[in-house]
Design a protein around this ligand. Sequence first.
Ligand code: NAD
Length: 329
Amino acid sequence: MKILFYGTKKYDEQFFTALLPQYPGIEIRFTDTNIHEETAPLARGYEAICAFVNSDLRTEVIRCLAENGVRLILMRCAGYNNVDLKTAEKQNITVLRVPGYSPQAVAEHAMALALTANRHTHKAYIKCRENNFALNGLMGINFYKKTAGIIGTGKIGQAMAKICRGFGMKVLAYDLFPCRDLDFVTYVPLEELLSSSDLISLHCPLTAETHHLICKKTISKMKDGVVLVNTSRGALIKTDDLINGIREHKFFAVGLDVYEEETDFVYEDMSEQILQRSTIQRLLSFPNVTMTSHQGFFTQEALSNIAFTTLENAKAYMNGGDLPNRISC
Ligand code: NAD
């Protein structure tokens, strides 16, 4: 089976190439070009393509892949909000993903963001380098004995809940399907979580229901001085409402690994360019906002697990085996 890997970086090639000898019959071609309407025809002659969180797999792109003979889309990630599953199903294209490749990687990054935003370690580092040992502007708050509110207690949310417990926090959670194994967590309605939490961390998927879950109305219910962290998907937060909330001093700190505008920029070096849209710049202009570029997944263990499961998915499809990681609508 020939697979065209779209939008790959050196680290993708490194982890996939290392495992490939264990998968006879699978042939990979890497391209750093990402998939969108113009680049979808490159897949002609390939039975499968492999894509990532920043790929554009909307209706027209899927139709084009089908016209070019693609039968399988391998997502080398957990989230799939960027894939038009209905069209894939109509076009008889199977979509497989990599669930839970390392929930700890993302949860640890969520806590790293919460701590960085809270304790200003990113600024303290630069100040010390410049022989500025004054502490003004660096005061944080203790997480110990405070309340963490986890929205979405799937694999990553559970890992985050355990980290928060390790910090000595009381842990509240909100999920449509509470997890019975988390005996130290108290499930509460969303409104109660918002009004009781000192740290709110988002770990639910982006769906029609969760789109702009954090907006003017929900922000108004939060405690003053809350720390908000989003490592899930940008559109869980309505950015303009977040900006207004920050201006109204609602937040002690905000840590974002994902944001609404990211698709055009994420994983690209834009440092020499004049950006035509300014939401990210506006967010970064606030002293209490810390951002990273969708790197929650980015650990050696996670990349290794992603490569393994993606190739196992391809092998199972090729051999007509069970497809436990299939996504359908
Ligand atoms: P998961 O499927 O294991 O868990 C998601 C949880 O959210 C489930 O328990 C589900 O019941 C809950 N949920 C669904 N709709 C909800 C709603 N309306 N309200 C409350 N809870 C709801 O997923 P996961 O592996 O924990 O990943 C969570 C998300 O993290 C992914 O969807 C993805 O967007 C994001 N993610 C980010 C990175 C990164 O690098 N930053 C990496 C992997 C995943």
